[in-house]
Design a protein around this ligand. Structure first.
Ligand SMILES: Nc1nc2c(ncn2[C@@H]2O[C@H](COP(=O)(O)OP(=O)(O)OP(=O)(O)O)[C@@H](O)[C@H]2O)c(=O)[nH]1
Length: 651
């Protein structure tokens, strides 16, 4: 059957956890390129197979990719580390893939007529719903997809979402059950389930264990057998599709492409077709699994280009690269641009960190085209930025990276979705921030909605329906995947789903339900802006846009929370929640005069002074809202996730 791939020739590979292969490459010492492999560019397309692995979160894509790296010999046993292709610290700590990665693998199929050498390009894709756009890019660069399903869990919501994406892209699907080594694995049952949705026989479902390596050789053989070879015209003007671009501190932007027609070679002038900009190609190469410069890339090949450009926005994902002279006339069809779905304000706890935050966001944006930000000011929080994210996990990860990589202490306001407001006077406003909510009479308010798929054991149907209804959901349909598992489809307002929905769903289904959703336009909604007032003054950081029926609950919750968090002042402070000029909730913080000298009778004046100094220091850290001093911790605590019910749905 299959033989081994070329043996790797790395002398020493440092286990450097860097965002992408390039940073590693600079630090790797003594890497000897794999003989006769790096140079095999301009491979005959008939000998190339481009495929990806798609699966629900945690079903084992990265682990299976690890085994493939080992089996094909591109990474040696002693150099192996888990989740080899997940190069960001955060990815490895959380055990999730955020950036798609690609790697070139040699594979030899042994047959009676002799050995046949092939080149496989594997694209490891992220599984979380926030990063679906990465999956869709990866799919564009492939002809086949390995659809991986955990043999102890069966099909989950993102299994279906990814399968549909792959089918839309006309990819050949190879259904595979993973983790068959687990005692709880039930391959018979789930092979039938998988065969049913893919439309094949249960015997056609391959069974592997990414952990032990069982069945992986057969899987690679199957990829060669069933995934079609790429087709393209080698003599036509070059056309390569950008499916990812990352920023590297040392090399500038590294653009990952799949060549469709013609070829790209170093030192050539290339044209980015959507922007019309030209750049000189400084380096062309492949990733296997570290970057290796080559003489060029031909039809069907996947690799990287370096032009010295410093900003990923100049090398847009979905764009077509061609040669500046005698280039192609017609661009390839691109991807849809990632659109921010969730907005939140990010403020430095220490106001003097504002320039650092700006620089940090600019740096992150170099590598994350989906991140948007613009300056905003808040009476309560000072100077900061309104940032747009793909979802809550994206937001959480961005914030964590900012705090970790740039040493910043940040406070973020409650996230919100984007609303469209039509006023009586005919004007229209797009609201990404509650404080931008227009004054005056509104005619129509629109909120974004999502199509949601929930998969769970059928005993939980009632609980799921109840939850969805309480979140203003509309049932779209229900199907049984097997006798005991059911798929429910709901249309829900995005604002209801992105915050704590997943947690609520998990707790009502004892963790058995899985969820996926996709944007589905907008709907008219009865929304109001709730302001929180301290002594009659609105605190912008606490304002929120909520459904009319939820306004009272939000106002009440925040008022109670703030009453607990804000220290008593020398006068009574009313905490109110208001919709327009109507007060809907009220709490009082009773007056107190704190005498710090109370315990210090008689004696030493220097001790008294010290206490007063300490009190003064403490006061400096307070923000003054009107006459009310609010400690920063109160903002942090009031905006913390449980205060507004916006727990993210990561893993
Ligand atoms: N027993 C067993 N465990 C496995 C197998 N494959 C993966 N796992 C475990 O399943 C968990 C998830 O594996 P990953 O490879 O990180 O999953 P993933 O699908 O890449 O996850 P994302 O990158 O977040 O989408 C890890 O704890 C793995 O050790 C397997 O074949 N057998």
């Amino acid at each position: 059957m299959a033989g081994r791939g070329a043996a790797a020739g790395h002398e020493k590979l440092e286990l450097n956890l860097c965002p992408h292969p390039f940073s590693t490459a600079v630090l790797v010492r003594g890497v000897v390129p794999i003989p006769n492999f790096a140079d095999t560019t301009f491979t005959d397309p008939a000998r190339i197979r481009n495929f990806c692995i798609i699966a629900h979160i945690d079903h084992g894509k990265s682990t299976l990719a690890d085994r493939m790296l080992q089996l094909t010999g591109v990474v040696e046993e002693r150099q192996m580390r888990a989740q080899y292709l997940d190069r960001m610290d955060i990815e490895r700590e959380r055990g999730i893939t955020i950036k798609a990665q690609n790697v070139r693998l040699p594979w030899t199929v042994k047959s009676e007529s002799g050995d046949e050498d092939y080149v496989l390009h594997l694209i490891d894709t992220p599984g979380h719903v926030d990063f679906t756009y990465e999956v869709s890019r990866a799919l564009e660069a492939c002809e086949g997809a390995v659809l991986l399903v955990d043999a102890a869990q069966g099909i989950e919501a993102q299994t279906l979402a990814n399968l549909y994406l792959a089918m839309e892209n006309d990819l050949t699907i190879i259904p595979v059950l993973n983790k068959i080594d687990l005692p709880a694995a039930d391959p018979e049952r789930y092979a039938a389930e998988l065969a049913h949705i893919v439309g094949c026989e249960p015997e056609d479902v391959l069974r592997v264990s990414g952990k032990t390596g069982v069945g992986v050789t057969e899987l690679l053989d199957e990829v060669i057998r069933s995934v079609p070879a790429p087709v393209g015209d080698p003599n036509a003007p070059a056309r390569a599709m950008i499916f990812d671009s990352v920023y590297d501190t040392y090399r500038g932007v590294v653009t990952y492409v799949r060549v469709v027609d013609g070829k790209v070679v170093p030192r050539e002038k290339i044209l980015m077709m959507s922007t019309g900009t030209t750049h000189e190609l400084l380096e062309v190469g492949i990733v296997s699994p570290e970057p290796k410069p080559t003489k060029g890339l031909g039809v069907g090949e996947v690799g990287y280009l370096i032009t010295g450009v410093k900003d990923v926005r100049q090398s847009k994902v979905g764009d077509t690269v061609t040669t500046a002279r005698h280039g192609a006339e017609q661009a390839l069809t691109g991807y849809r641009e990632p659109q921010p779905m969730v907005y939140s304000g990010l403020y430095p706890l220490d106001g003097s960190d504002y320039p650092v935050l700006r620089e940090a966001l600019e740096k992150l944006q170099l590598n994350d085209a989906a991140l948007t930000f613009e300056p905003e000011t808040s009476v309560a929080l000072g100077f900061g930025f309104r940032c747009g994210f793909l979802g809550l996990l994206h937001m959480e990860i961005t914030r964590e990276r900012l705090e970790r990589e740039f040493n910043l202490d940040l406070i973020s306001t409650a996230p919100n979705v984007v609303y469209r407001v039509e006023m009586e006077d005919g004007s229209e406003h797009v609201v990404t921030n509650p404080s931008d909510w227009p004054e005056g009479k509104t005619r129509h308010i629109y909120e974004p909605i999502v199509k949601t798929t929930v998969i769970a054991p059928s005993e939980f149907i009632g609980a799921i329906m109840e939850l969805c209804q309480s979140r203003r959901g509309e049932l779209g349909g229900m199907d049984y995947l097997s006798e005991t598992r059911v798929e429910l489809r709901y249309t829900l307002p995005m604002a209801e789903i992105i915050f704590d929905f997943f947690d609520a769903l998990k707790s009502r289904t004892r963790g058995y339900a899985s969820l996926d959703y996709e944007e589905a336009g907008e709907q008219e909604a009865d929304l109001v802006k709730v302001d929180i007032l301290l002594q009659g003054e609105a605190v912008d950081a606490f304002s929120a846009i909520v459904h009319k029926d939820a306004a009272y609950a939000y106002g009440n919750r925040m008022a109670i929370k703030l009453k607990e968090l804000i220290p008593r002042q020398q006068f009574e402070v009313p905490v109110q929640a208001a919709v327009g000029s109507k007060i809907i909730a009220r709490e009082n913080i009773r007056a107190i005069r704190k005498d710090v000298l109370a315990k210090c009778y008689g004696g030493d004046i220097s001790r008294k002074r010290k206490l007063l100094e300490k009190q003064k220091e403490g006061k400096k850290r307070m923000k003054t809202i009107g006459r009310v001093d609010v400690p920063q911790e109160a903002f942090v605590a009031a905006l913390s996730t449980d205060a507004v019910g916006d727990k993210p749905k990561g893993k």
